[in-house]
Design a protein around this ligand. Structure first.
Ligand code: UDP
Length: 380
């Protein structure tokens, strides 16, 4: 154990949120104890090399993308080198062929069996099929207003229903609007100028973040109420509703079952193929197509299929906070209650009830750490 001559901090959860706060505070001379109920660090960005020499992201494919001058990127770049990688996804069509996602010029040509001579012609066509009158207020309306009903029914509505277990009209617009719509031939999944993977994986990046003399890590260690009493301040990446005994009801989450298979067919047209129909899976990932996978030489490659499910089916595996009007109201009640706990800060996906990508997650938690430091006189 530490000999604590300065203030002690408890962090529950060794994922990106907890590791970011932990590193910033450790560098400011706090003694940080990080616990995690899992047997590994890195939370949901955990990856590992399997027997087949492929790098697998245990909790689904994680792709990093951001502005070049992002503070979070600068921070993470202290702990890893990057391999350039621009993510591509294709959707499987009924005829067995695949087409680019997000929707671009080629997608429109494939689906409508047409040819557009340039971007202008493509834009004109898109304008003719989308519902221009509609000012969208939810995910369903967003789909209809951005691409019209035919494409919504083909690519978005069935996928969204199985992904979230809800009608798209009940989901906040922020979910559907994650994907751009394009009229050129850009077939990258994200628009961002910086897109890359950590050269040796996310787990090693997080390991380097946590490698500091002021950080101690205890894995296989669950949080229990009262633990925080031994610490000056605690940052909890745990479900905020559970902490308050579900006083205002449960916050909804969607979970995922990951099914791994060894396949020996042709390489996929893209590392990720989406199933946008009514079948139970949302997507499949061929891991050896990512450039930070090792020298894969085997005949069989690992493919992971994702099947969204309720929390009852996959207890304790919180993946996607379900953002609806009601859930946001419930969450704000918990936030109000949490303000009374001056030595506690809720963090992470389940503490903040936020559906966040990795870079925003790091940014938010750098900010939380800085705010904490500003409010504290560490000379006492
Ligand atoms: N989406 C869809 N069809 C697709 C891909 C995405 O309808 O083929 C919708 C769906 O509602 C999904 C959202 O867009 O939840 C965001 O997709 P994204 O790929 O960003 O989700 P993530 O990678 O975070 O699971």
């Amino acid at each position: 154990m530490f000999k604590f001559d300065r203030k002690k901090i408890l962090i529950v959860g060794a994922g990106l949120a907890g590791s970011t706060i932990g590193r910033v505070l450790a560098e400011n001379n706090f003694k940080v104890m990080i616990i995690d109920k899992r047997n590994h660090i890195a939370g949901n960005v955990f990856d590992f090399i399997n027997n087949n020499n492929e790098r697998i992201h245990k909790y689904g494919p994680h792709l990093l993308h951001c502005r070049k001058n992002s503070e979070a990127l600068k921070f993470l770049s202290r702990f890893t080198k990057w391999v350039k990688y621009e993510h591509k996804v294709r959707a499987l069509l009924q005829n067995g062929k695949t087409t680019p996602l997000p929707i671009n010029k080629s997608t429109l040509e494939d689906v409508f069996n047409r040819f557009f001579k340039d971007e202008n012609e493509t834009r004109e066509f898109l304008e003719s099929i989308r519902n221009k009158e509609l000012i969208p207020t939810n995910t369903d309306e967003f789909f209809e207003s951005s691409v019209g009903n035919t494409l919504s029914d083909l690519f978005f509505r069935p996928y969204t229903r199985k992904m979230w277990g809800l009608e798209p009209k009940d989901l906040n617009i922020s979910v559907g609007s994650r994907l751009p719509v394009r009229t050129n031939n850009d077939d990258r999944y994200f628009n961002d100028e910086f897109q890359a993977l950590p050269e040796k994986g996310y787990s090693e990046m997080v390991e380097n973040m946590l490698d500091h003399k002021n950080i101690q890590i205890n894995l296989n260690t669950s949080y229990f109420k009262g633990m925080e009493e031994n610490y000056y301040h605690s940052f909890l990446s745990i479900p905020i509703d559970e902490f308050f005994n579900f006083k205002f009801g449960k916050l909804p989450y969607r979970s995922i079952i990951f099914e791994e298979k060894l396949e020996n067919g042709f390489d996929f047209d893209a590392p990720v193929i989406n199933f946008t129909d009514n079948s139970p899976f949302t997507r499949k990932t061929q891991w050896n197509l990512f450039p930070n996978s090792y020298n894969f030489e085997g005949k069989f490659k690992t493919v992971t299929y994702e099947r969204p499910c309720s929390m009852q089916v996959n207890p304790g595996e919180y993946y996607y906070p379900v953002q609806t009007k009601e859930s946001n109201i419930t969450y704000s009640k918990y936030v109000k209650l949490s303000k009374q706990e001056s030595s506690l800060t809720f963090i992470g996906r389940t503490g903040l009830f936020k559906y966040i990508d990795m870079i925003p997650a790091v940014e938010i938690h750098m900010r939380i750490a800085k705010k904490f430091l500003q409010g504290i006189d560490i000379s006492k």
